[in-house]
Design a protein around this ligand. Structure first.
Ligand SMILES: C[S@@+](CC[C@H](N)C(=O)[O-])C[C@H]1O[C@@H](n2cnc3c(N)ncnc32)[C@H](O)[C@@H]1O
Length: 489
């Protein structure tokens, strides 16, 4: 029996509008007829006699009823035959069907069956089918009742959540291995949200969106207000991988990654704006957690405007922007008395955007900080040389500031302009975000970092240091950077 079961290929048939032959007119055939009606099949009933219930159903469904015995030609045009008659008739149906490569469900008659119906549990869009290979329909019935009792009442919420997760996996490109644990965590959260200390009434009012700046990466650099808003959140939309470490601050919230995957935006800005509005309109406390500061190349302004237009209360919690933090953590003061009295922050994404900005920066006494410009670093340096900047002007690449993988490489505009110097970071995969800092103030980096090294370190700084020290490749890079640094000062 187990052998027979193992050979069965389970599947669900879409019968809507399709011709199905039902041979038999007794109570068993009547039960099958009502399941066929649910499936939307176009049924032809063949039987000398049919129950009143079957006659009524057939009339209501507009089905054809031939009140006569089965003939071979009845199987013509059918997608499926169901034989619920005597075993002789069932056998005749099976033979006629076999000749036309048609499957036959012979009810309670495994000898004539090439397909078996299943015991079915249906709840909220979930269908569980049970088969005993036609051997023990009564047991299938018992198992069905047992399963019905076990499945949760709110299975529809499970299905809804699973469908949402699936859509997110597809757009995020979530690897297979991560999907199951993610789904389990998401289903668990359905129940966390219903805990008595988070009554639905609280969710139904006070919906709002807070745009929280997460800082450059280290959770210690999140502001206290940002941490408070996270602790209070029902739902968090985040886009910086570094923000993953902040999950502990909002363990009860549902977290959704909406940032870039493999250099592609995982969700369009319009869609995200609509999501923020929808969740807040449902009374949820939404946190939009963004790297650095929400209003520095973070599209936070667009989100705030969309929320304002939709009449959703919105608040901004500024964050420590990498525009200043990356330089500061690398020992570079973006302004320094007598060295730099201004700094310009720009995006290095497009030449058409960065060129006019760079053209307006004084060639001395100012620091340039380029975000999103690592790939363009040689082109940017070459353009600065064209503008008359000294080739010896110090320039630094700061990668993964405030993370365990932080690194700083000091060079000059001249060296950066040559492609060989551009490759010096060894960061061709750009797995870490980075900024470009250019100007005389960069020359202070080594000295200031020595002062940092002498200061007592807290635990997180020590951990970051330890992780750096353990990274052989990183040490090689640092040694290379040290050489360049010496030459540049
Ligand atoms: C879309 S912008 C977001 C900037 C962010 N709103 C801020 O204020 O820092 C992303 C760019 O910020 C820079 N960035 C963000 N985090 C960084 C970090 N930890 N270290 C270095 N650069 C970082 C990189 O230039 C990256 O390409």
């Amino acid at each position: 029996m187990s052998q027979a079961g193992a050979e069965l290929f389970p599947l669900f048939l879409k019968l809507r509008g399709r011709a199905v032959l039902l041979v038999g007119g007794g109570p068993v055939a009547t039960a099958k007829a009502s399941a066929l009606a649910d499936a939307g099949a176009r049924v032809t009933v063949v039987a000398p006699q049919v129950t009143d219930a079957l006659a009524l159903l057939a009339q209501g469904q507009g089905w054809t009823v031939h009140q006569r015995g089965f003939v071979e030609a009845d199987v013509a045009g059918a997608w499926l035959a169901i034989a619920a008659a005597t075993s002789d008739v069932n056998r005749a149906v099976a033979q006629a069907a076999e000749a036309r490569q048609l499957f036959v469900v012979a009810v309670d008659d495994p000898a004539s069956a090439s397909a078996y119906g299943a015991g079915i549990v249906r709840k909220a869009g979930v269908t569980v089918a049970i088969s005993t290979s036609g051997q023990a329909p009564a047991l299938a019935g018992l198992l069905r009742e047992g399963l019905e009792a076990v499945l949760p009442e709110d299975l529809d919420a499970w299905v809804g959540e699973a469908a949402r997760q699936r859509a997110a996996w597809r757009s995020d490109g979530t690897p297979m291995a991560e999907r199951r644990p993610r789904l389990l965590a998401a289903l668990n959260r359905l129940y966390e949200l219903r805990r008595p200390d988070r009554p639905p009434a609280a969710m139904a009012s006070g919906g709002r969106v807070t745009l929280v700046g997460a800082g450059p990466g280290d959770p210690d650099l999140l502001t206290r207000r940002g941490a408070e808003r996270l602790g209070d959140a029902d739902i968090v939309f985040y886009d910086a991988l570094s923000s993953e470490t902040m999950r502990a601050l909002a363990p009860e919230a549902r977290w959704f990654y909406v940032g870039k995957r493999a250099c592609r935006q995982s969700i369009a800005q319009d869609t995200l704006n609509r999501l923020l509005i929808k969740e807040a309109a449902r009374g949820r406390r939404v946190v939009r957690l963004k790297a650095g500061d929400p209003f520095v190349f973070g599209r936070g302004g667009e989100e705030a405007l969309a929320l304002a237009q939709a009449g959703i209360p919105c608040e901004v919690v500024p964050g420590v922007s990498s525009a200043v933090a990356a330089a500061a953590l690398a020992g570079i003061p973006v302004t320094h008395r007598g060295v730099a009295s201004a700094f310009t922050v720009l995006s290095g994404h497009h030449e058409a955007v960065y060129r006019p900005v760079l053209a307006g920066v004084p060639r001395t006494g100012a620091t340039i900080v380029v975000l999103m410009g690592l790939r363009q670093r040689a082109a940017i340096a070459r353009y600065l040389l064209q503008l008359g900047w000294q080739a010896e002007t110090p320039a630094a690449v700061v990668l993964g500031a405030a993370t365990a993988a932080a690194a700083r490489f000091v060079s000059t505009v001249g060296e950066l302009a040559s492609s060989a110097a551009s490759d010096q970071t060894g960061d061709d995969d750009f797995s870490r975000p980075g900024v470009l800092v250019i100007g005389e103030a960069v020359a202070l980096a080594g000295e200031i970092e020595r002062a940092y090294a002498a200061a007592p370190r807290d635990e997180s700084a020590r951990a970051a240091e330890a992780s750096r020290e353990g990274d052989e490749e990183q040490r090689d890079r640092d040694r290379g950077a040290g050489r360049t640094e010496k030459g540049s000062r």
